[in-house]
Design a protein around this ligand. Structure first.
Ligand SMILES: Cc1cc2nc3c(=O)[nH]c(=O)nc-3n(C[C@H](O)[C@H](O)[C@H](O)COP(=O)(O)OP(=O)(O)OC[C@H]3O[C@@H](n4cnc5c(N)ncnc54)[C@H](O)[C@@H]3O)c2cc1C
Length: 418
């Protein structure tokens, strides 16, 4: 049996990018279709670190959703971070009087977070089709046809605009950018994740630990503690370093833990809850052409992950929100070509490119420079540390409470007027 569906706007992928876009389109009363090959809840290989863009976007969406997120018992706020360099130097930032609404990072299992986001969808404007994998995308005149399968039934969707929010192995990217399949390993990271229980905590409040391995100095090993007592442990770095040095991430992660006396001791009663799983992180230093005739890419499919940190959730959600005005204008003009959609790319480039370039430089030139240990020595001086903690807290508070970047608002003039 074949089912034919028509939808002006179709979002492929209901991860943070696709779900956030669906939530904002509904907020502005724009009907659309949201499809995903998975049924929710589903796992996503990730570090589970949600940076402060996440609550910021949720607040922009709806104050009660934001409050629900920051107070949820499945979300652990962080009051700092612990960092250990490849030379063994350590530094730790912990602020005493912190609250859930000034935390710069939260830790939450993606399986729970993504499902929670999906639970907020507004069925009046969002039509969902899950357990449906998009298998082929074809342009037909000025429309696009998506064909796929759900429980043995073929479904065909005809749309004016498709949004590729379908992650690192995006079929939308592959369709419109066949050259994009060949990954530039200088601009792509790879990492593994393994959930553990029974790791001794470093401190009660601080759930974030990062270690710089000698073997992959542009990457890191992380231990992010979850509210249920488990920990997300992962290891990754630049794909070019991993492939050139033929690094087996699972083996090296275990070797690192066993060779670090503190970690070895803290892992003595730890139990791995799964076999480590790996996934790619396409970095935004290589993001280009993420709009074209009848399509727009957001999140990992657009390669929006930050170099150095591997942060992708917040950027994906921010970009999803910023795509709404472009989509709204395209619908009102009933035009879905590249010229019409390019405003999205311009806004993203204006907002992020300088920062992305800086992070790429940090990852490739600064992180291994001779002066980094000196810098960490300075950071360990109490008054400098306290000053920086205070500055960071003020910055986070401002970010969470102030309107969005004025320039972006001026460019679009949307969020102020609605
Ligand atoms: C090991 C690792 C650790 C990471 N740690 C962090 C971290 O701590 N913090 C952080 O901010 N970022 C982290 N990231 C990056 C983060 O996971 C991604 O940036 C984020 O998930 C991007 O969201 P997305 O919605 O674009 O894609 P995804 O979350 O990948 O969602 C894509 C969705 O599309 C669906 N889909 C795919 N193909 C199809 C198809 N053909 N048809 C239908 N549906 C389809 C999938 O089922 C999925 O639900 C990490 C990444 C990795 C690999």
């Amino acid at each position: 049996m074949v089912q034919n569906i028509t939808s002006k706007i179709t979002i492929i992928g209901a991860g943070p990018a696709g779900a956030t876009l669906a939530l904002f389109l509904a907020k502005y009363k724009i009907p659309h279709l949201l499809i995903d090959q998975a049924s929710f809840p589903r796992d996503k290989i990730c570090g589970d670190g949600l940076t402060c863009e996440v609550p910021r976007i949720l607040r922009e969406l709806d104050e009660s959703i934001y409050q629900e997120f920051i107070n949820a018992d499945w979300v652990k706020p962080s009051n700092g971070a612990y960092i250990e360099l490849k030379n063994g130097q350590k530094t730790s930032f912990e602020s005493d009087n912190f609250s859930r609404n000034t935390s710069a990072v939260f830790v939450a299992k993606r399986e729970i977070f993504d499902n929670w986001l999906i639970s907020k969808l507004n069925t009046e404007y969002t039509q969902k089709i899950f357990s449906f994998k998009a298998e082929s995308i074809t342009r037909i005149g000025d429309l696009v046809e998506i064909t796929g399968n759900q429980n043995g039934e073929t479904i065909t969707i005809i749309s004016n605009l498709i949004i590729g929010a379908d992650g690192e192995r995006s079929i939308v990217r592959k369709t419109f950018h066949p050259e994009g399949i060949k990954k530039n390993r200088e601009h792509c990271a790879a990492a593994i994740r393994c959930y553990y229980k029974g790791i001794e905590k470093l401190s009660d409040g601080n759930p974030l630990e990062m270690y710089q391995p000698k073997l992959i100095p542009k990457g890191y090993l992380w231990i992010f503690h979850l509210p249920n007592g488990e920990a997300n442990v992962g290891f990754g770095g630049l794909s070019s370093d991993i492939s050139e040095n033929k690094i087996n991430l699972v083996k090296e992660m275990n070797l690192y833990i066993q060779s670090n006396p503190d970690l070895k001791n803290r892992f003595k009663n730890a139990e791995a809850l799964e076999t480590p799983k790996g996934w790619g992180l396409p970095q935004n230093s290589d993001a280009y052409n993420y709009v074209g005739d009848n399509y727009l890419l957001i999140g990992d499919s657009a390669k929006f992950i930050e170099p150095l940190t591997g942060k992708g959730i917040g950027v994906a959600m921010f970009a999803a929100m910023l795509a709404v005005p472009t989509i709204k204008n395209a619908i009102s003009k009933n035009t879905f070509n590249k010229n019409q959609l390019i405003s999205f790319e311009n806004v993203i480039e204006n907002k992020y490119r300088a920062e992305w370039d800086k992070l790429y430089k940090l990852q490739n030139k600064v992180i291994n420079a001779w002066y980094v240990p000196l810098f960490v020595t300075l950071l360990n001086i109490t008054f400098i540390k306290n000053y920086l903690i205070k500055k960071q807290k003020t910055k986070t508070r401002k970010f969470l409470n102030k309107p969005l970047n004025k320039k972006v608002l001026d460019d679009y003039n949307l969020f102020e007027n609605q």
